[in-house]
Design a protein. Structure first.
Length: 91
């Protein structure tokens, strides 16, 4: 499977505090492990199909990553809180 970080993802992470950047990096590694079948979701994590091929993974209530998942690729498109993900999807 191919994994790609879109420029929109990089922009959404750029202005975040260092601690949140590290949490997002950990969450990306976790979702790659889950999607590759290496392990299941950890407690506190949730995976949800938003629409068509857009999925959201969350850790706790505040940290979310939006990604596009097709049969052979995953594109990370945005990171942030619930409102930031909603705003991105409205565009």
């Amino acid at each position: 499977m191919k994994y790609e970080f879109k420029p929109s993802f990089d922009r959404s992470v750029k202005s975040l505090p260092l601690k949140q950047k590290e949490e997002i990096k950990e969450l990306c590694v976790d979702i790659i492990d889950v999607l590759s079948g290496d392990r299941g979701l950890s407690s506190g994590m949730g995976l949800k199909n938003i629409k068509k091929d857009f999925w959201e993974i969350r850790k706790g209530l505040k940290l979310r990553i939006l990604f596009r998942w097709s049969s052979d690729s995953v594109e990370f498109v945005c990171a942030g809180n619930h409102e930031e993900i909603k705003r991105y999807l409205k565009k």
